[in-house]
Design a protein around this ligand. Sequence first.
Ligand SMILES: [Zn+2]
Length: 135
Amino acid sequence: METENDSADLVARVSSAVKTLGGSVFGFDPLPNALAMYIPAVPPRFLYRTELTQRERAIAFVHELAHASLHPPGSKGSGENSDPWEERCAHEAARLVCVGYSVYDYIGVMASHGVIPDALMPADEPVGSKNVILG
Ligand SMILES: [Zn+2]
């Protein structure tokens, strides 16, 4: 069962990870079709919808940190939503991290803010697709 302490632990760890990257965090409204956004600039920027609760923001930032691991600060491109496969992988990685910290209902939080179900679940991909690099 999830407790306030679980959520607080995840918030603290996410804040530490963003600080380690030298990231700047900004509330940004409106942020269409997203709870948060990562921009791989130097320093990196993390934007979030100001309406999010602290728990929702932590969940969203875990997702953004998954993108940050693939697009380090200074990388070209947006680092967000440009590759449906990466998007699904970022969601699944973030969901598992949240479960690891006893923070549940990742998918429910994303869906309640308009993230479409197809973007949330890794799908079986044909042989030779990008998922081969993960094996
Ligand atoms: Zn994403």
